[in-house]
Write a protein that binds this ligand. Structure first.
Ligand SMILES: [Fe+2]
Length: 430
């Protein structure tokens, strides 16, 4: 753990700070040299910064990882000096307790409103059912803020990173560039990992990428990629990346299919699943993405009819696997061999909704190559794919709605210069 980086998002409580002071003055440091001090320093219980997620007009989720067994909560309020509300994340009467991750949802918020918060962790020595000993010290993150979505926002912006595949240098560069762009939302558009093999994978590739805080002052939206579905631990990803809470119970089986309306912009994330059909032997009978993509099609029809989307001047869709490929021989993801260059099933089951709504752009990933597919007479949306995880091709895509225009700029991560600039007009509404 890089202590300097960690200090950037941690503030230790009075009691813990006092413990640290005692430790520094214990004589060990002077006897063995300063180089031992860092190794001997009390380890923070925070293993990552807070990752804000699932922004709605009235709620926000927050997750962070741990270095030991602890409980945790969020203190929040309208002013940094008055964090007078508390979200403790209890489920069925049980507050969080884990040595890996804490996840809390803050509710009772108002639209387009700035809130301040800090995360808290308290170590727990859980010796038995009725022998649970909480630490005296509480450790706090620094105070940060977020703004809830709301139609009244004057501007709206986002960044997209994709296909980061656990590459630490690329993660560091992409999130540094993303931070400079000060987005309202970050969309991580799939292939966060190569395959999910355990907590360490999720910790290093997702929760503490490049040892950086990347979503503690604005929320993350997740577009799951095909690689994120692979590996035994793919089934535990939802403990860290909280699924979107669907209002309608018939869509409860959907994971990260989300819709956010902020200002004139509606952002819709869809999950294109694996890049091979369900019947393929690679999946050893464990895949059922096709009905899942179909259910998202039903969800999308409803979403397009919602007030949040119907009244938005700009509607964008984010999904990992492209919904179109200009090459006639490109693999559509339905074959007995190879893997998808594009997702024919998604195009078939979602395409009509996208067309009917007049979606301006689909932002995709997966092909590790930035390209722009212009609209055609039968397809109203521009498709933009982000680059891959090699420095010379990696991209950060930035979009901003301001003064009745949507401007999308694709930046090269290597040069930080714009390689594509596009401007979109408002949709016809009604
Ligand atoms: Fe992919």
């Amino acid at each position: 753990m890089n202590q300097t980086t960690r200090r950037n998002f941690l503030a230790v409580s009075g009691a813990a700070a006092a413990a640290g002071a005692v430790f520094s003055g214990s004589g060990i440091q002077s006897a063995q040299g300063a180089e031992n001090a860092q190794a001997d320093a009390p380890k923070s219980l925070f293993a990552s910064a807070v990752v804000l997620q699932n922004p709605t007009e009235t709620s926000m989720s927050a997750s962070w990882t741990l270095n030991g067994y602890a409980t945790g909560w969020i203190e929040w309020g309208l002013s940094p000096d008055k964090l007078d509300q508390k979200a403790c994340g209890a489920v069925w009467g049980l507050k969080p307790y884990s040595d890996r991750v804490i996840s809390v949802t803050i509710s009772g918020l108002k639209p387009n409103t700035k809130y301040f918060y800090r995360a808290a962790v308290r170590g727990i020595d859980f010796r038995g059912a009725y022998k649970i000993i909480p630490n005296e010290e509480v450790e706090y993150s620094e105070v940060n803020s977020f703004t809830t979505p709301g139609k009244d926002a004057k501007t709206a912006s986002f960044v997209v990173v994709n296909d980061t595949h656990e590459v630490q240098d690329i993660l560091a560069r992409e999130f540094d560039l993303a931070k400079e762009l000060k987005p309202d939302y970050t969309i991580w558009n799939g292939d966060l990992v190569n395959h999910v093999e355990g907590h360490e994978t999720i910790q290093n590739a997702i929760m503490d990428p490049g040892k950086r805080a990347f979503a503690n002052d604005h929320p993350l939206l997740v577009g799951r990629g095909n690689h994120d579905t692979r590996g035994r631990w793919a089934r535990y990803l939802d403990e860290y990346l909280t699924p979107w809470k669907q209002e309608d119970p018939k869509y409860a089986a959907l994971g990260y299919s989300s819709v956010v309306r902020h200002g004139d912009l509606a952002l819709i994330c869809l999950d294109t699943g694996e890049d091979k059909p369900d019947f393929r032997k690679e999946w050893g009978t464990l895949a059922e993405f096709e009905p899942y993509i179909a259910l998202q099609g039903e969800w999308l029809k409803d979403v397009m009819e919602s007030d949040a989307v119907k009244t938005a001047k700009f509607v964008l869709v984010f999904c990992h696997i492209p919904l179109f490929d200009p090459r006639p021989d490109a693999n559509p993801g339905t074959l007995e061999y190879g893997h998808s260059a594009w997702k024919k099933l998604g195009a078939e089951l979602w395409g009509e909704s996208l067309q009917k709504a007049g979606v301006q752009a689909v932002i995709a990933a997966h092909v590790h190559h930035h390209r722009v597919d212009a609209p055609t007479e039968t397809r109203c949306w521009t498709q933009i794919t982000g680059g891959g995880c090699a420095l010379n091709g990696a991209t950060v895509i930035h979009g901003k709605v301001e003064n009745d225009k949507l401007k999308i700029t694709v930046y090269s991560v290597a040069t930080k210069k714009a390689v594509t600039e596009l401007e979109f007009e408002p949709r016809k509404i009604g």
